[in-house]
Design a protein around this ligand. Sequence first.
Ligand code: ADP
Ligand code: MG
Ligand code: MG
Length: 201
Amino acid sequence: TETLASVDIRSLVEACATTISAHADELTTLDQAIGDADHGYNMKRGFDALLADVDTLAAKPLPDALKAAGTKLVMTVGGASGPLFGTFLMALGKELPADADRATFAAAFGKAVDAVAARGKSEKGQKTMLDVFYPVRDALVSGTSDAEIAALADQAAEATVPLKAIRGRASFLGDRSIGHMDPGSRSSALLVRAVAETLGA
Ligand code: ADP
Ligand code: MG
Ligand code: MG
């Protein structure tokens, strides 16, 4: 796509909600190992709420739809992940020009990731969703294809396994957080793949 103005918001919401639903148990199991076993539930609750609102979201221009979706996630997702994914979508909506193309999308995505880092007082390497978001940002900036970005996001989530958690609940475990995949990184990779596959379809 040369411009993102024609993006099918309904398909994006449906694809994201479907993958979160299909992987909710897996996400909860990951969170059971190094958190409080609610990540799948939290994410499903949030994306089911977006799905329930899909008509309203699809009627908006993309930047407004992103802002509304982010606000909805903040309101409906309990836990750390709601405000963080919500901040991401709200910031992306704020930064994205109405006539966004690949390059302006990459720049807006980068600012949205920085907004998550500011909100979470976190940075790359701390075993959080940022460990997926930042490599995806870098790939977007360098013009990597959607299919490659989806694969790279999966690899980035895998790469959180040997990390020690420095932020979020998993950090309470110290060294015992090592050897498990970060749940928020896994959900981020699932969402990146869903979006990449929808845009590429
Ligand atoms: P909670 O930990 O409150 O139960 P979730 O289980 O839904 O919330 O989400 C946990 C995920 O949130 C983690 O796996 C991690 O990816 C992400 N996370 C937690 N704290 C931060 C932070 N400060 N910065 C970035 N991401 C974070
Ligand atoms: Mg949790
Ligand atoms: Mg929780």
